[in-house]
Design a protein around this ligand. Structure first.
Ligand SMILES: [Zn+2]
Length: 260
């Protein structure tokens, strides 16, 4: 597995990424495609099922666009269209309120059957984001969406990392709303983070306190997994996340402003 991953990395590290317009013209999708996607997404995403029809349409169009713009690599499991639709849906859930939702820097998504090791590292990974792609364990992806309210969802976690990477370290697909508001977010959550580290007691799992990037990813996980729980326990953090992602998962159509 390790050497295979390395080989994959070296192949894709050399490919040059073409800039892509992030919010391409409104995409037309057929009823058949909409129904097919809705069936697949609705089987796992309560977030999607709760959306009103108009927003479901927006969601499916975005998933279709996202999926078409990526290359999915299946490692240890068979190529599967539905799997690609579901993984794309995680990205769209996180970026649903943003104008630039394609995470354009990332052209490759690697789906591994189970937890995996990287290089010489002894630790097992269930997902990570590297400059060459987004990596996810399919087994743990499914766990995240079938165990609700436990604040653990690896796909949401990695998409949150990918969104941050795309907006601060990549050269295109920048979302101006996100960038500006993330800066505000990190300024306002700095003190929350400092206080929590001192208290060593928090609603968020302890991994959040490794560094600011993990605090971000773990917070976004909690935001989508159990929005009510986060809002009750950490209302300031919840509000800050609503602003930066331009959505509130506890509202009817989720979006705060249709075009930030
Ligand atoms: Zn992380």
């Amino acid at each position: 597995m390790q050497s295979f991953l390395r080989k994959l990395n070296s192949i894709f590290a050399s490919s040059t990424h073409q800039p892509a317009a992030d919010h391409s013209p409104d995409l037309f999708i057929t009823d058949e495609l909409f129904n097919n996607y809705s069936f697949v997404i609705g089987g796992l995403f309560t977030y999607f099922n709760d959306l009103p029809h108009e927003e479901k349409l927006r969601f499916v169009k975005r998933v279709h666009q996202f999926k078409s713009s990526k290359k999915f690599h299946f490692i240890g499991l068979e190529n599967n269209e539905d799997t690609a639709i579901l993984i794309s849906s995680s990205a769209i859930q996180v970026t649903f309120g943003l104008k630039n939702y394609l995470l354009s820097h990332f052209k490759d998504i690697y789906i591994l059957a189970d937890a995996y090791r990287m290089d010489e590292d002894e630790e097992l990974y269930i997902g990570h984001v590297a400059p060459d792609g987004i990596y996810l364990s399919w087994k743990h992806f499914l766990y995240g969406y079938s165990h609700k309210n436990d604040n653990i969802n690896v796909a949401v976690h990695e998409m949150a990392h990918a969104l941050l990477y795309n907006n601060f370290f990549a050269q295109y697909g920048i979302d101006a709303h996100f960038r500006l508001n993330y800066e505000r977010f990190s300024n306002s959550t700095g003190p929350i983070l400092a206080e929590l580290i001192t208290q060593r007691r928090s609603y968020l799992r302890s991994y959040a306190f490794s560094n600011l990037h993990e605090f971000w990813a773990v917070s976004v996980e909690a935001f989508f997994e159990n929005p009510r729980g986060l809002k009750e326990n950490m209302p300031d953090l919840y509000e800050a996340l609503c602003r930066v992602l331009n959505q509130d998962p506890l509202t009817y159509n989720k979006l705060l402003k249709s075009e930030p």
